[in-house]
Ligand binder design. Structure first.
Ligand code: PEP
Length: 253
């Protein structure tokens, strides 16, 4: 069975103290309330990662992730954080290609490919994001747009490498807007993404890929979204900043 994953992306929010409080609450609730095998990933800002790691150590379901990594291995790149550094303090996952990184920091497909390579070589699991802007959705060309993003950034990887990735479909018009994709829209795109990987890497590899949905996922719509056969979990922004909401989403399978 595919891994079911719920990952919280805190973005540039929360002081260290607030982040520690949130992590403790999430950890306690997950340990007390979660009976199913769901992988939970917390992706705090870089400076909080070590403190978060200490608090989640001992929980079998919860893992540490980063929101980004450099496309360079090491060296004179002031302000950047490498995949090697992330791995050295216990990260297991790293979000790569979030639409905010693509849009505000002009990240290109070539850079994203480099980031995925470095993440994999440091034994980090990339959570690779894709998704279309509103005008593409309205033009009806969203499937071609998203599959092209994936082809350009990822189709150079071997099957052995590709099976170590997690994908996240995040329609840009749904991120932080309160306007979520319907569960049918999510299912349609997740199935298209899986078919796209099946055509390149075979059915068996595609069937094993976890594909998360992201975009205004909340406790009141998570159950509907997660009930779809090709939706294997969620990448959660705003609702991951509230422990009760985040854990309710985790429990929505
Ligand atoms: C995100 O940024 O990955 C995200 C899904 O945000 P939100 O849940 O706030 O829409």
């Amino acid at each position: 069975m595919r891994k079911r994953i719920v990952a919280g992306n805190w973005k540039m929010n929360l002081t260290l103290e607030e982040g520690q409080k949130l992590t403790s609450e999430i950890t306690n609730m997950v340990n007390d309330e979660l009976n199913e095998e769901i992988t939970v990933v917390i992706n705090p800002p870089f400076p909080h990662m070590q403190a978060v790691k200490k608090l989640i150590d001992g929980s079998k379901n919860i893992f540490l992730g980063a929101q980004n990594c450099s496309d360079k291995a090491s060296g004179a790149f002031t302000g950047e954080v490498s995949a090697t550094i992330l791995a050295s303090f216990g990260a297991s996952y790293v979000i790569i290609g979030h639409s905010e990184r693509r849009e505000y920091f002009n990240e290109t497909n070539e850079q994203l490919t480099e980031k995925v390579k470095l993440a994999l070589s440091n034994n980090l699991t990339p959570i690779f994001c894709c998704g279309e802007p509103l005008e593409i959705r309205e033009a009806g060309t969203h499937e071609a747009y998203v599959t092209e993003q994936l082809t350009k950034a990822l189709f150079g990887f071997s099957a052995e490498e590709m099976q170590r990735l997690v994908l996240a479909y995040e329609p840009i018009w749904a991120i932080g807007t309160g306007r979520t994709a319907s569960s049918d829209q999510a299912q349609e795109m997740h199935a298209a993404i899986r078919n796209h990987f099946a055509a390149k890497y075979g059915d068996s590899l595609a069937a094993g890929l976890s594909i998360l949905y992201g975009g205004s996922c909340k406790p009141d719509n998570a159950q509907d979204l997660f009930s779809k056969p090709d939706v294997d979990g969620g990448l959660i922004g705003g609702a991951s900043l509230k422990s009760r909401d985040f854990v309710d989403i985790i429990k929505s399978f």
